[in-house]
Design a protein around this ligand. Structure first.
Ligand code: 1CP
Length: 355
């Protein structure tokens, strides 16, 4: 395996000195890129794209050909685990993900098994191996999973949700059923992420997109506790290097200290928290990833640069910042604005890393 040419992202996650602030974008491969739409059309549907290692590799590399990003992220989806559990994932055009057989009761939970990552999820590991080979050491590859709570919302609601009434009903009326489901998901996520590391992932990220809809008490009991258990069970070294782990709870700004205490290396921030406050609270324990509002990419380029400058100033001098959007890039963003964003992070961050 070729040695890494650009390890800025890994160094920043370990709060080691770098020449500039590394940057990548959540959902950097996707529908805002015309070349993604073309490959997706070639594959047919979204899951066929995920199941085809060559095409999944192609769309992973597309944003890196356009922009000097400091990391690649595996092209896949968080819903591969529930799909491998037999729930029957499909995508309704324009409607997002759906499950044919949602989880409704204790008997449904009892029927679910922990998927074998090299069997039912073998296509994901093939994609990781292919991408790692094709990256040729240019930048590190990020592997990822959804958090148990976030995966459970899709499994119990039967798809995307706004009010989360079905899973909250289960949480309050039958908490032991939900805990049994979250336990199986935690085991599944742990073995899935460890298999991604064995296949070549050099860093891991857990997306807790819906943790922020919980009360503080329930966040601890139904989301954070399971992420902490996963962090405990992860392989933290590969090829003689640390494999850093980033936890991202959207809308989780009020729980930063608790998230940092799980033993993760970095905490992802959405745009509803000031990064200077976040750094003051946890910056001596973990690295921070974030946190520009993805909608800022609709603004004229000088306004984007001004926002980047403000976030860099908020984090201030020294290592430990990975620049990112506070959530995924929107599908109607002009790729030129994404390019200007990335270029401005690199250019404007250098003074913050000078001796
Ligand atoms: O082409 C298409 O029409 C499919 C759109 C799409 C894409 C491009 C989906 C369906 N998933 C993905 C890829 C994806 N999903 C990546 C790829 C890597 C990259 O960042 O470039 C990643 C990391 C994800 C993770 C994901 N999927 C999350 C967590 C992150 C987040 O955005 O909060 C979630 C919640 C999902 C579920 C999902 N899958 C797809 C959609 C449209 C959704 C969101 C549905 C919802 O809002 O509830």
């Amino acid at each position: 395996m070729k040695p890494l040419k650009n390890d800025t992202y890994l160094r920043a996650l370990m709060r080691q000195p770098t020449d500039y602030t590394p940057v990548w974008m959540m959902r950097q491969a996707g529908r805002y890129l015309p070349e993604y739409k073309a490959t997706r059309a070639q594959a047919g549907d979204f899951m066929s794209l995920c199941r085809n290692a060559e095409l999944a590799c192609e769309v992973t590399l597309q944003p890196l050909r356009r922009f000097p990003l400091d990391a690649a992220i595996l092209f896949s989806d968080i819903l591969t685990i529930p799909d491998a559990m037999g729930l029957g994932l499909y995508f309704e055009t324009g409607e997002g993900p759906r499950f044919e057989r949602p989880v409704t009761c204790a008997a449904d939970v009892a029927r679910i098994g922990v998927p074998d990552p090299e069997d039912e999820l073998g296509y994901v590991m093939n994609a990781v191996r292919t991408i790692r080979r094709e990256l040729q050491g240019e930048v590190p590859l990020i592997g990822f999973s959804g958090s148990p709570w976030t995966l459970a919302t899709y499994m119990v609601e039967g798809g995307s949700s706004k009010a989360f009434t079905k899973i909250k009903k289960m949480m309050y009326a039958e908490p032991q059923t939900l805990h049994a489901l979250l336990d199986k998901l935690a085991d599944s996520v742990t073995s899935y992420l460890n298999a991604q590391v064995a296949a070549g992932a050099q860093s891991l990220m857990i997306f807790d997109t819906w943790g922020g809809v919980l009360t503080p008490r329930d966040y601890n009991e139904f989301s954070l506790q399971y992420m902490a258990k996963i962090v405990d069970g992860l392989t933290r070294e590969a090829d003689g290097r640390r494999v850093p782990v980033t936890l991202f709870t959207k809308n989780g700004g009020q729980w930063l200290e608790a998230i940092a205490a799980t033993g993760c290396d970095a905490v992802g921030l959405d745009w509803t928290i000031n990064i200077a406050d976040a750094k003051r609270r946890v910056g001596d324990r973990v690295a921070l990833q974030g946190n520009m509002d993805p909608s800022m990419l609709y603004a004229p380029i000088p306004r984007i640069e001004q926002e980047v400058a403000g976030i860099l100033e908020g984090f201030g001098h020294g290592p430990g910042h990975v620049f990112n959007l506070g959530h995924g890039i929107h599908l109607d963003v002009d790729p030129a604005h994404a390019g200007a964003f990335i270029e401005s992070v690199h250019r404007l961050s250098r003074p913050y890393h000078a001796e």
